[in-house]
Design a protein around this ligand. Sequence first.
Ligand SMILES: [Zn+2]
Ligand SMILES: [Zn+2]
Ligand SMILES: [Zn+2]
Ligand SMILES: [Zn+2]
Length: 803
Amino acid sequence: MDLPVEQWKAYARRKWASLDPGLQERLSLALPLGDTFLLCLPLFQPADEECLHSLAASNCVGKDPRAALFYKEEGNKRFQKKEYTAALILYSKAVSHNSPEMSLCYANRSAALFHLGQFEDCLEDIDRAQAQGYPDRLQPKILLRKIECLLLLGRLQEAAGVISKVESKITMDQSLTSTTHQILLRKISQLKVKAHEKENSLVSVPEALTKTQKDLEFWEENGKMSSASSSVSLNFNSCRGRHLVATKDILPGENLVKEEAFVSVLSPGKSLLLQDSAETTWDTRVTNGDLHCHRCLKQLLASVPCGGCSYAKYCSKKCAQLAWEHYHSTECPLGALLLTLGVFSHVALRTVLVAGFAEVSSLVKQFHGDDKELHKTEARGKSLDETRDSTAGMEGLSEKAEPLIPGCEDDGQYRSSYQAVFNLLTHAEKHSPEHKFLCSLSVVAICKKLREADLTILSQGSCESQSKLKAHVKMSAELSPELKILGEAMLRHMLQLQCNAQAVTAIRESESGDSIVADSEQVRLSTALFPVTSLLNHSCDPNTSVTFSGTAVTVRASQPIPRGQEIFHCYGPHRCRMGAAERQQRLLCQYFFECRCQVCLDELGSDVTGIAATRDIFCCSSCHASMQGEDVLRCSSGACTLLVGRDYLLRQLWNLQLQVKTALELLKDNQPNQAVELLMRCRMDAENFLSAEHMLVGEIEDHLAQGYATLGKWQEAARHLQCSIQIVEAHHGPSSVETGHELFKLAQILFNGFAVSEALCTIQRAETVLSVHCGPQNAQVQELQEMRACLLELPRSLLHRVE
Ligand SMILES: [Zn+2]
Ligand SMILES: [Zn+2]
Ligand SMILES: [Zn+2]
Ligand SMILES: [Zn+2]
């Protein structure tokens, strides 16, 4: 998903196939990356540029006043229907295009924010509307909103100031009809009363609310490795490469790595179409790009658009400014091209921009020097393989008497820096030649585009004068030596990303229906590089959990880790999600290694079947025993002779999945009765051919719980959720984060249903599990604590209420 768009991939494949066989052979060799880049450079022809240009044209990232008008109108329609979140997103799309009506767009957005209870952001938008020349005749309207916000925020003095301003404005204004005049004056006097009430109530703000949450998470930073705890150490050997090991006994929940991304690029992700929006000239699709700050990933409310494009949006002026200074001034004119070339290409570019030209150039040159060293060694009679072996994972590092662990700086420290990023493994010799060609061609395309654009940012951090660099760039049709260095570095990063990219995720609570119980899903927000977290090796049964906050990652121990044991993290293929054969295949394909983790050894070496394989099985429709076999399955009970084709069962499964999807849409569409009815039918169907612990049965139970919760039938909801929890526990284990999320939902349901003692008990379990994986500051953990506090304050009589 992070690779270029399909059409460009296909184009590059065709181009590769048409290359001269001699050239193909040379490119297939594991050349130094610099040579690969230089070989591909002249292959990029005007026709290729044209192809990319036409593909990029479908990404509208420019500013268009007509689009602003369209989005404003669409926003107004939503606003009238009281769909304030949708209206907010559409108004944000409107302000990202420049138009003469900017002030009205901001004013309308402030109204949507007001209805959403976001008063601080509402005030910001009111200021923006006024800065953009909000019409004088409409002033009273927006000022009244401002007063209400200020009152609600308890900023009474400011409110009083605005009140007198509006009063004088109204009395001065001759154009107002007497009725409007009357209405405004009445409104003002109402607000004055409110202000007075507020003043009296403010005195008794309960102290309890200002209680600060103490950070209980113990943290002592490692002396030799930034962003890592002192409980781990960085080790290196030829078979495991670099890896982290516990230096003392580690307890579950302990923080092991807390690292800020070196670079992170928002992934547009799948688009969530606004409901019942028709096909129009202007895109009404909503993606991550509309919901999260393009720099810090914070959820957007009153977004600040980039001044140059309609794509980049930020949470604040500060984020917009920092992004512009560090990378976006270079990326802005390349927006449409970067969307076409995919997130990996974008991360590769941003990495060199964030590092700065001086740093990139010095590491590339150092690497070239070392490369020559390597060849000298070879000439001295040592075989290349031998050299490679002893330096496995040591790309870019010269042999020294006291060998440093690769990526460490001269003082022996490993830092979350560009040097560490540069030394992440590329596995250049293991990628397919077609893939390397696609990456090279994409990087060349970026370089050619950079040649046309302003390169001011590249000279940052170095003393080289900008004009010199610019002159270089403009003079020749050829790429400048500087751009060749950047190109080589970008190609390196692009190849590194396949094994080292980390998906930054967040739990997004869907706001479907009126459900009080939030349904949440994990969404991928960005693709990032974390040089310290990248040191962790994979296990299909990891001993850590990873969570994100903005662009920072935290790795916590998810179980006790004895001193001397390696710290593992799962790259994706987890034992609970797939069998050993599938995991092995995926890891080999993407990460180029054969997994030798304990569960893989157990599953592959003996007849032990993995969790994933034993739970998700078909069962006999007449006696419910498990079905066994390959193409034709036979009931495992001796007394029964039932035979069924696997194709038939798979079709049945597929049909059932479709039904469940339909039910989910009904839930989102706020039709819980119909959804529950359909889900009950699904449940009965499932019983006929799926094992009781099948994951799909768990999903059905979970959705049923959500449906009943929406209807306020708490007991039914709790019963179904308990079934779902049993299945999740069977798959993921009772202390897994997955079970934690289910327990959280159950706690919400029991809380809403006033099942006090059960709720308290579930809250305790959920809190224990979730704080190990996500830490005590996690939003769900905090909510659980609030629920407990609330329940404990209930009068005694309620505590013993019988349901
Ligand atoms: Zn931000
Ligand atoms: Zn921009
Ligand atoms: Zn494994
Ligand atoms: Zn049977």
